[in-house]
Design a protein around this ligand. Structure first.
Ligand code: PLP
Length: 394
């Protein structure tokens, strides 16, 4: 049978990169007590109030079709959020509700990028970006996020990679996997590159609420850049509702008008009862958001304190997000060998930095989404592993 070229463009994406994660899962299934530090799944339960809100909405009959743009209550809640954040009036005509950031990003990229164009994105990068860009037909162009600059995307590095085919700059702040939080000035400078070359900025802000150091900044909050910016985000990380799939995009009204038929073709709307839950989640601050942020900060600090003194390891304190990067270059082995050895010998699963791009070489990513006690035990085991490694090399 014949298949469309998109299946080839996406074939095999990710499977090798996640080898350690899948191996760890299968060890867990066999009863091996692996500490899973591979993925970013909040370790707190979804707030009962939000589950009740979705249940109430279902019982009230909010189980029919929705529209391509989304349900009125959640759109109104989002318009209020972004109007308050930007200080401008953000209308419902600038918003589209999607089942999660991932779907929003997919649709947005389909609306902006295509074969023959290029999407500039920082490397290291979030694992699914490659697939989203390739699916659009565009080519990914990597902008190196340099360790010596705390993995911040610098405008000069973006400018150096611009070509006549460039269409979109994809930014992510706070950043997965590095935890970098871009400053207003850095975003302003990247915005100048976008303006000079007439590029879109797609801003993935799924970790907006998880900042330990610095302030959140977005190109959408700058009135000048808002005309060329589309934000994608969700409640997944802020409200511990990853499986509910509650996300959105916000951008210029003309953009959402253009994207609407695509969303209708893709989705024919999302679930009204989840959208009602999202409207309630957005209506006020939920304690779970601050609790998760403080837990991640505390766990990252534990990693820095416990592993920072271990020969050969350098834990880079993230400024935000759910992960910490550990520099293992001085050990003389790559991230893949480190992660594989650590799993087999000490039953701790971390992600090799190479899974996130060329600039991830010599790093491993540690998820902060396990209880504090497990982080302490993982530190004991990592120290034991490193001591064995360095003793062997001596
Ligand atoms: C940078 C980034 N963007 C998007 C997503 C997907 O978020 P959602 O659950 O809203 O689809 C994730 C999930 O880990 C992420 O890390």
């Amino acid at each position: 049978m014949r298949y469309a070229a998109i299946t080839d463009r996406l074939a095999g994406l990710g499977s090798d990169k996640w080898a350690v994660h899948w191996r760890a899962k299968s060890l867990c299934a066999d009863g091996v007590p692996v500490i899973m530090l591979t993925i970013g799944e909040p370790d707190v339960p979804t707030p009962a109030e939000l589950i009740e809100a979705a249940t109430r909405a279902m019982l009230a009959g909010r189980t029919g079709y929705s529209s391509g743009r989304g349900e009125e209550p959640v759109l109104a809640a989002l318009a209020a959020k972004y109007s308050a954040r930007t200080g401008r009036t953000v209308g419902v005509d600038q918003l589209m509700y999607f089942p999660g950031t991932q779907t929003a990003l997919y649709a947005v990229m389909q609306g902006l990028a295509e074969t023959g164009t290029e999407v500039l994105v920082g490397d290291p990068l979030y694992a699914t970006y490659d697939g989203v860009i390739r699916a659009s037909g565009a080519r990914r162009v990597s902008v190196p996020l340099r360790r010596e600059h705390g993995f911040h995307m610098l405008a000069d590095d973006v400018e150096a990679m611009v070509s006549e085919r460039s269409r979109v700059i994809l930014i992510n702040t706070p950043h997965n996997p590095t935890g970098a939080v871009l400053t207003r000035d850095e975003i302003g400078a990247i915005g100048e590159v976008a303006e000079a070359h007439d590029l879109w900025i797609v801003s993935d802000e799924v970790y907006e609420s998880i900042i330990f150091d610095g302030e959140f900044a977005s190109p959408f909050d700058d009135a000048r850049l808002a005309q060329r910016t589309v934000v994608v985000s969700s409640l997944s990380k802020s409200h511990a509702v990853t499986g509910f799939r509650a996300g959105w995009c916000v951008g210029p009204a003309e953009f959402t008008h253009k994207l609407l038929p695509l969303s209708e073709a893709m989705l024919f709307g999302a679930q009204p009862f989840i959208a009602d839950m999202a409207a309630i989640a957005l209506s006020r601050t939920f304690p779970v958001t601050g609790q998760m942020r403080e837990a991640y900060r505390r766990r990252a600090e534990t990693l820095v304190r416990r592993l920072g003194n271990t020969t050969g390891l350098k834990v880079m304190m993230p400024q935000g997000g759910m992960f910490a990067m550990v520099d293992i270059t001085r050990l003389g082995i790559g991230g893949e060998a480190f992660a594989a050895g650590l799993l087999e010998q000490e039953q701790v699963a971390v992600m090799p930095g190479e899974a996130f791009g060329t600039e991830g070489a010599g790093l491993v990513r540690v998820s902060l989404t396990v209880p504090d006690d497990d982080i302490e035990i993982a530190c004991d085991r990592i120290i034991a592993f490193v001591e064995r490694l360095t003793a062997g090399a001596a």
